[in-house]
Design a protein. Structure first.
Ligand code: NAD
Length: 482
């Protein structure tokens, strides 16, 4: 069965003003599972107008903080009640394991509940101004119409990370899901209606980069929250200049996983493997360069290769699959090109590296691939691969580690494996990254801020920091006539 998607504008489903559509495919076999509409610039105008109207409409503007919280909570309940269906849809569209996708719906519901709790706690301050007879206080007001532009790796989860704080603070939104994976965001819009979200508060426009660009350039859009590549992040900053939109960016990463000389290798292998291979390496937080003390390299590589060779590759629909196909044929080729570049630059493939045939031939599979003999300046050690490719680099002098870890434009995530607590903290403080994990795989929680240093982005998702990014501070000056 294929899904025929429409646009969701002003609370109505519509085919929009154009005639262009695009297909979305099942990454495990390339078959078409859905068709979506390529929104036109007139559709973008219509969605922005609907979001602007809803922003000022009493149904939303006049809704109490407590009722906004209940609304987000209802949405969370609906997400959970429909988690199996949504997880299955996400798995078919994105390729990821059905269990993982279904579990991620519970994570998204947690985000909604976390921000549901915040709606009644967004306060201003009374400011101690030194001007006689003046009362000054601040209000935190919504920014306005927010364009939420999302990537294909965790489609609905990332949309909810943005939507929850945006709605908690009273904004209206237009979500533009990635063209590879629009289906769960469209289904989520139906749940918004069911939860009682007023018309125009949540709109969904499907389409490719042109739709994203039109939103970014639109003077009626007040804020863009974008998750995606650093290259597109730069374009968004340029495009937002017209009306100086507020911009939040969650971009790429190249996370080092540092295995110190005295690390517990079994934990380091297990955590590094999970960190490198979850969602088939298609994660901004993926551990993707492994600095191993030269005295432990042979043991680490042997154990990692053994563990990786046990990983069961298969379609997301099979609950036993541990490594699922990549999202598209184009991305499969992109990852394979990195594998070729690693070979050409002189690194050695210990495991994987070849496109699998047989039952895997029609899907976009890349097997778990382990490189040794990698030098810090090779492309596979420096650039974001976004696939199940793990490069191992050796070091001798622990004093070099901070410089090696920081020698990158990225700064999203880093990891340190050590039994020396003090060394773990020292490295965590010295590495320039938004998240540093010590003896742990990459994890997320709505109560922990998420985002990057340097070219990995601007701002933080989750926590009160996300609320700040969806509000403007207004000062009110009142003469007390004294
Ligand atoms: P992408 O940048 O190609 O596309 C992301 C979204 O932006 C899509 O919806 C796309 O249609 C849209 N888009 C493309 N060009 C645009 C433009 N010029 N203007 C406006 N919108 C445009 O990224 P992708 O390939 O979908 O995702 C992979 C990237 O996302 C990786 O680099 C990854 O690290 C990053 N990512 C980061 C995080 C994080 O939290 N930091 C999370 C997930 C993914």
């Amino acid at each position: 069965m294929t899904t025929q998607g429409q646009l969701f504008i002003g609370g109505e489903w519509t085919n929009g003003s154009g005639s262009e559509t695009f297909d979305t495919v099942d990454p495990s076999n390339g078959s078409v599972i859905g068709t979506a509409i390529e929104a036109t610039s007139a559709d973008v105008d219509a969605a922005v107008e609907a979001a602007q109207r809803a922003f000022h409409d009493d149904a939303w503007r006049g809704m109490s903080a407590s009722d906004r919280g209940k609304l987000l909570w209802r949405l969370a309940d609906l997400l959970e009640a429909n988690a199996s269906e949504l997880g299955e849809l996400e798995s078919r569209d994105q390729g990821q394991g059905v269990g993982f996708a279904t579990g991620s719906m519970a994570g998204a519901a947690d985000q909604l509940r976390y921000f549901a709790g915040w709606t009644t706690k967004i306060t201003g301050t009374v400011s101690p101004v030194s001007i006689p007879g003046m009362l000054h206080y601040t209000r935190r007001e919504p920014v306005g119409v927010c364009a939420l532009i999302t990537p294909w790796n965790f489609p609905l989860t990332i949309a909810v990370w943005k939507l929850a704080p945006a709605l908690a603070t009273g904004n209206t939104v237009i979500i533009k899901p990635a063209e590879q994976t629009p289906l769960t965001t469209l289904r989520f819009a139906e749940l918004c209606t069911e939860a009682g979200v007023p018309a125009g508060v949540v709109n969904v426009l499907t389409g490719g980069p042109e739709v994203g660009k039109a939103l970014v350039n639109h003077r009626g859009v007040d804020k863009v929250s974008f998750t995606g590549s650093t290259e597109v992040g730069r374009e968004i900053v340029r495009g937002s200049a017209s009306n100086l939109k507020r911009v939040s960016l969650e971009l790429g990463g190249k996370a080092p996983s540092i295995i110190t000389q005295e690390a517990d290798l079994d934990s380091a292998v297990a955590g590094s493997m999970f960190g490198g291979l979850f969602n088939s390496g298609q994660a901004c937080a993926a551990y993707s360069r492994f600095y191993v003390h030269s005295s432990r390299e042979a043991e680490f590589t042997e154990k990692l290769a053994a563990a990786m060779s046990e990983v069961k590759m298969g379609p997301g629909s099979d609950p036993d699959s541990q490594l699922t196909p990549l999202v598209s044929a184009e991305h499969q080729k992109h990852v394979e090109d990195y594998i070729s570049s690693g070979r050409e630059e002189g690194a050695e493939v210990v495991l994987g590296g070849e496109r699998p045939g047989g039952e895997y031939a029609s899907g976009f599979y890349v097997p778990p691939t382990l490189f040794t003999g990698v030098k810090h300046d090779m492309r596979i050690a420096r650039e974001e691969i976004f696939g199940p490719v793990l490069p191992v680099i050796t070091y001798d002098d622990p004093d070099e580690l901070v410089a090696l870890a920081n020698d990158t434009d990225y700064g999203l995530v880093a990891c340190v494996w050590t039994k020396d607590v003090a060394a773990g903290h020292r490295l965590a403080h010295a590495i320039r990254a938004g998240e540093v994990y010590v003896n742990a795989p990459p994890l997320l929680d709505p109560a922990a801020p998420w985002g990057g240093f340097k070219s990995s982005g601007w701002g933080r998702e989750m926590t009160g920091e996300a609320l700040d990014s969806y509000t403007e501070t207004k000062g009110v000056w009142v003469s007390l006539g004294e």
